[in-house]
Write a protein that binds this ligand. Structure first.
Ligand code: SDX
Length: 377
């Protein structure tokens, strides 16, 4: 009997979800029915988080309640800081993120309570606590002191405050907020499916999120936004260069890379085959940062790579492609880009964990054996 293998589970519908709808035919993405472009234009990241968790837009009372909760849970837990300080300064920041979530789980009084109420509390606490992990990790690598959170700032303003120690301009805050909304959720991507697999065994929320972080790290998935910046760095970034000259260099680099059969991260997608629905909105945020910082040459690199990949393989950018240079212009170190993706995707992961738990079946596919026939010692 020759079983049908679905390598990478490509095209396999594993379950229902009401959290988001990724529609490659219409090139659209809905969070609980709302187009992500509308959410990115109108809502704070805090409001989008509540929508993903609760399934409905938050009432004024719910927003106020979460505002108080989130702002009072931002400080870096001293036990997390102690664990981070044990990690080498040259370890990957995704390992720091993974460790931080694991330490939070090991210390959480509700870690083994999987009731919906406890799960939502843990999700909200992770949402509020993770920015401090990213901010502290970038600062310690630069031999800078921890910056305490401020309760007078919203989530995005405070994230940038804790990272850079100064209030970010509103243009930067808005581009950052847009990136968080766009990165929040994307149906059964590899890291979210990982979280659902772990949840399906009835393991706890922190175990599922820690596993999801491991999956997100890979450059075929979340690690792609960091890899995009490494591509720009390999080509060479020269602020004095004209946009046209940078584009020409980037085009030549891509043609050579593809001739060498290299996989260039930031392009292609398992589901979207005519372009990632989130790219235009993220590109607008990148354009705003390029204009604000006067870095036209970076857009030249962006344009040159995109044109060459399109001409050679007709493969289009995914969200990670505009996200990488946007974070670079904001001042984040390249290796911190995927931890920023964690901060956003904590919302989607924990929404899926709740959905899996509410209607669970152990996720355990079959395999087709192609090893040696039975034999004996
Ligand atoms: C994210 O799933 C999600 O929703 C993820 C995500 C989310 O929000 O959670 O959207 C976030 O992870 C976006 C994707 C980030 N990853 C990258 O940028 C890595 C580079 N992209 C590729 O590795 C690839 O496009 C995948 C892995 C994303 C999807 O690939 P598929 O569907 O498994 O298809 P494939 O790898 O078999 O590619 C088909 C062809 C191949 O050519 P052939 O070998 O058949 O000749 O296209 C080529 C590939 O080589 N190809 C690329 C390419 N992407 C596809 N060639 C060069 N560079 C690329 N980036």
């Amino acid at each position: 009997m020759t079983e049908q293998i679905y390598k990478g589970l490509a095209g396999v519908v594993a379950d229902h979800t009401a959290v988001s709808k990724v529609n490659p035919e219409s090139n659209s993405l809905l969070y609980r029915g709302y187009p992500v472009q509308e959410l990115a234009a109108e809502l704070s990241f805090e409001e989008v988080a509540l929508l993903l968790w609760n399934g409905e837009l938050p009432s004024a009372a719910e927003k106020e309640e979460f505002r108080g909760f989130e702002r009072s849970h931002r400080a870096l837990d001293p036990r997390v800081r102690a664990a981070i300080d044990l990690l080498p300064l040259d370890c990957h920041p995704m390992d720091v993120g993974r460790t931080a979530v694991s330490v939070l789980g090991a210390n959480h009084p509700l870690s083994e309570d999987s009731s919906p109420e406890a799960e939502l509390i843990k999700a909200k606490e992770l949402f509020a606590a993770f920015p401090a992990v990213v901010a502290y990790d970038q600062r310690r690598r630069r031999e800078l002191e921890l910056v305490e959170p401020r309760e007078d700032l919203d989530y995005s303003q405070n994230f940038l405050w804790m990272t850079f120690g100064e209030e970010a301009p509103e243009e930067v805050v808005d581009a950052f907020r847009v990136s968080m909304v766009l990165y929040a959720e994307h149906s059964f991507n590899a890291s979210t499916f990982t979280a659902r697999v772990v949840t399906s065994t009835l393991a706890d929320l922190h175990s599922a999120v820690t596993a999801a972080i491991g999956a997100l790290k890979g450059p075929l998935h979340g690690g792609a936004n960091e890899a995009v910046m490494h591509t720009f760095e390999e080509i060479g970034i020269d602020p004095a260069e004209t946009r046209e000259a940078a584009a020409a260099r980037a085009k030549a680099w891509m043609e050579q890379a593809l001739a060498e059969k290299r996989k260039v991260m930031g392009f292609g997608h398992r589901v979207y085959k005519s372009g990632d629905s989130r790219v235009p909105t993220m590109k607008q945020a990148l354009d705003a940062m390029v204009e604000y910082y006067g870095r036209g040459e970076l857009m030249g690199l962006y344009d040159g790579l995109e044109a060459a990949m399109g001409e050679a393989k007709n493969i289009l950018p995914n969200l990670d492609y505009p996200a990488g240079p946007t974070y670079h212009l904001m001042g984040f170190d390249t290796e911190m880009f995927t931890p920023l993706f964690i901060a956003a995707r904590i919302t989607g992961w924990t929404a899926h964990i709740a959905e899996q738990r509410a209607n669970n079946a152990l996720i355990r596919p079959l395999s087709a054996y192609n090893g040696p026939d039975e034999r004996h010692l």
